[in-house]
Design a binder for this molecule. Sequence first.
Ligand SMILES: [Zn+2]
Length: 80
Amino acid sequence: MFKQYGCSECERLWDEYKTAARNAYLLDSKVEIASQEQNLDAILRLQPDIHNIFERRRELRKQILAYDAGSHGQANSANG
Ligand SMILES: [Zn+2]
């Protein structure tokens, strides 16, 4: 994607995206461990969180792309 330096809105969106991506990764690891231990209870408990965080990550990605298309690009070509 197209992060622009010095743009505070981009920084904010990317920070949130990175946090969501990191949380998704951590939860994924927990599920991995739980499934190795065949801990079905833990897996079931983690399911809603996994769903939420991946949804969140997808949403932020969409926001970044939409924001970038709207606020950067051709209208801002003096910068690029
Ligand atoms: Zn920006």
